[in-house]
Design a protein around this ligand. Sequence first.
Ligand SMILES: Nc1ncnc2c1ncn2[C@@H]1O[C@H](COP(=O)(O)OP(=O)(O)OP(=O)(O)O)[C@@H](O)[C@H]1O
Ligand SMILES: [Mg+2]
Length: 307
Amino acid sequence: MVGIPALESLFAPSLHADAAEGPSSALDIEDAPLAALVDGIESDGHGLVMCMGKGGVGKTTVAAAIAVALARRGHAVHLTTTDPAAHLSETLHGSVAGLTVSRIDPAAAIQEYRAHVMDTKGRSMDDEGRAALAEDLMSPCTDEVAVFRQFSRVVQESRRHFVVMDTAPTGHTLLLLDATGSYHREISRQVGNSLGFVTPLMRLQDPVGTKVILVTLAETTPVLEAEELKADLERAGIHPWAWVINNSIAAAHPRSPFLRARAAHEADQITKVRAMAERVALIPLLPEEPIGEAKLTALTAFTTQRV
Ligand SMILES: Nc1ncnc2c1ncn2[C@@H]1O[C@H](COP(=O)(O)OP(=O)(O)OP(=O)(O)O)[C@@H](O)[C@H]1O
Ligand SMILES: [Mg+2]
């Protein structure tokens, strides 16, 4: 809105009439239910699902919805998060049969790791040695090792049942993957080329064991950022299994002219993601926050809500 005539138009009664002729052809967005992704995840009987993406796009919501759907289909599911600021319990809002919830808490992980090292390595040392070791364990790189240990444990667990992981916004997650990569290189160096070892990175790279889901919004910048994350992951040999476009107005098939105009802007981004991704699910922008078992379950129902 630039210039006096434009600003004056804000007061014009005809404002709504203009919007009434909203575009329509771009709005024939094909539904892509999250339920189809759940079917794909379920078919392997176990495995790790990691929801990644930038802040606020719906990672926690998508992770919780998938975990609830798998639990309701009768599977044992562990829903966990590497996000220090996670709010899984707020999203779930109560317990769900078959679903265990936990979080990788950096502070607790560090304490546990320090205690473990003092108990094992420190056991046979004299007081001076133990003091030096304790000081060593205060370094920031200990923190990374500690969080990584818990992360590996969860990755390991996904060989037996479903583990759905909600991650912290992109930057933090890339650090964790870096640690995973360094650990892998260190083990490979120590063990040499002999077969018979599987590092957490190798599990993350295994498309059967791990399914990475990139969550984004149907907007230019979030899609570009998700593309960058995809490139970073691919450099680490990890290929995203699916993309979820969340908060889509187009997917809500709106009738209001104003919302139809907004929905039309999403079409290019949805087309772009569809061209890039092997699998896509679209979640409509909902009138209410999807919190609690019932609303999360509705996210993986086949029909989308119309507004
Ligand atoms: N499709 C949707 N329709 C309406 N509200 C939604 C939808 N998806 C998520 N929300 C709401 O948007 C907010 C952000 O979602 P969520 O917490 O899942 O994002 P996040 O990516 O985990 O965020 P963070 O990066 O902060 O962890 C929450 O309040 C959630 O309930
Ligand atoms: Mg979150």
